[in-house]
Write a protein that binds this ligand. Structure first.
Ligand SMILES: NC(=O)c1ccc[n+]([C@@H]2O[C@H](COP(=O)([O-])OP(=O)(O)OC[C@H]3O[C@@H](n4cnc5c(N)ncnc54)[C@H](OP(=O)(O)O)[C@@H]3O)[C@@H](O)[C@H]2O)c1
Length: 324
């Protein structure tokens, strides 16, 4: 059996249960790509999965949903991609039944269904591309769940996080919001304004009740809807992306994992209207994945925690294109 390097854990626990070692190299099945990972991004979900049982898994688990990389082999029936294509996506299809796909993206090579990835826009790096999928799919789903319409106003709780930085940008660039409000802490106020927020509330100084304006959509990305709902107009949707929402008025919003969502964003990424936000402590080296998790788990990340410098095999003698 061919082996590859990956981060994995064999028991639930803190980040120290993660070990770097050898796991089997996967083989692409029908409509799947084998991708050499060039960059990955961490999500709070990866930490929550490691800490306690929340989703079916079989140990050992290689964590990771988001990646960008190069197609090195493909299974039968692949129509959209060729060997050598640079792709990115969230490889964990939460909308499908069953366990998470293994290995996750903290591995040299992963397999993924072709309908879950998109071509990486040429003007963005692997690191920038890897930072996007899960967070942007979540950010977009919230606007859809709320039935948001062009010209409406939105208040985003947690404007500096992985989901929040994208929600603020999408509000203006994709959904045509007339007014965007957001919360963050003092050191990040100017940063969140730079993403396009018109009003940034420093939550360390101002309570929700002290904000004068009421909004057409309250989008809570940190799980504080019990308190933040006061910023929504009387009949306005309150969306909470944490489960279970802390406020009975709030509607939970998840994500739809698909390559089509990413294709929709292509023009915005190519024109620079939508920018990936990589936490300034990174990108972390592949060998420093535990340090990257430590930073994510402070809850203070600015944008996305990204992992780069994956081991690069120079030749792929074992990779052959499957013949139909
Ligand atoms: N429903 C879904 O499908 C889905 C998808 C993705 C994520 N999630 C969940 O959504 C949550 C956020 O995910 P994420 O990836 O955006 O997390 P993240 O990147 O780790 O969020 C970190 C950010 O949260 C901000 N923050 C923390 N407390 C805050 C507060 N009281 N007010 C305002 N901002 C605050 C921090 O800013 P400051 O340093 O300024 O406080 C920091 O920039 C997590 O619980 C995650 O599991 C759900």
């Amino acid at each position: 059996m061919k082996m590859q390097k990956a981060w994995f854990y064999k028991e639930y626990g803190p980040k120290e249960v993660l070990k770097l070692g050898d796991v089997p190299l996967p083989t692409p099945q029908q409509k799947q790509l084998l991708v050499q990972v060039r960059a990955a991004a961490l999500n709070p979900f990866d930490s929550k999965m490691r800490q306690k049982p929340i989703h079916p898994i079989d140990f050992p688990v290689v964590p990771g949903c988001d990646m960008a990389g190069v197609v090195v082999s493909k299974g039968n029936g692949v129509r959209k991609f060729d060997i050598g294509d640079e792709v990115y996506g969230n490889i964990q299809n939460f909308n499908a039944e069953g366990n998470l796909k293994q290995p996750g993206t903290l591995a040299e090579f992963i397999v993924v269904e072709e309908n879950l990835v998109a071509l990486k826009p040429k003007n963005i790096s692997f690191e920038e591309a890897a930072s996007l999928p899960l967070a942007v799919q979540t950010a977009m789903e919230g606007f859809k769940t709320a039935g948001f319409k062009e010209g409406q106003t939105v208040f985003i709780v947690g404007g500096a996080g992985g989901v929040g930085t994208l929600a603020v940008q999408l509000a203006k660039q994709l959904y045509g919001a007339s007014q965007v409000g957001a919360t963050t802490s003092t050191p990040k106020v100017e940063f969140v304004k730079s993403l396009g927020a018109d009003t940034v509330v420093d939550y360390t100084k101002t309570r929700y009740e002290e904000v004068d304006e009421k909004y057409d959509f309250l989008y809570d990305t940190i799980g504080d809807s019990m308190n933040s709902h006061v910023l929504a107009k009387d009949d306005a949707p309150v969306i909470d992306i944490t489960w279970p929402p802390s406020n009975p008025r709030a509607v939970y919003s998840g994500l739809t994992v698909s390559g089509e969502t990413l294709e929709e964003l292509g023009p915005y990424l190519e024109s620079g209207k939508l920018k990936a936000v990589i936490d300034p402590t990174g990108p972390y080296n592949f060998s420093d994945a535990i340090e990257a998790f430590r930073h994510l788990e402070t809850g203070r990340a600015r944008g996305k925690v990204v992992i780069s410098h994956f081991p690069l095999k120079k030749a792929f003698p074992c990779f052959v294109q499957h013949q139909e």
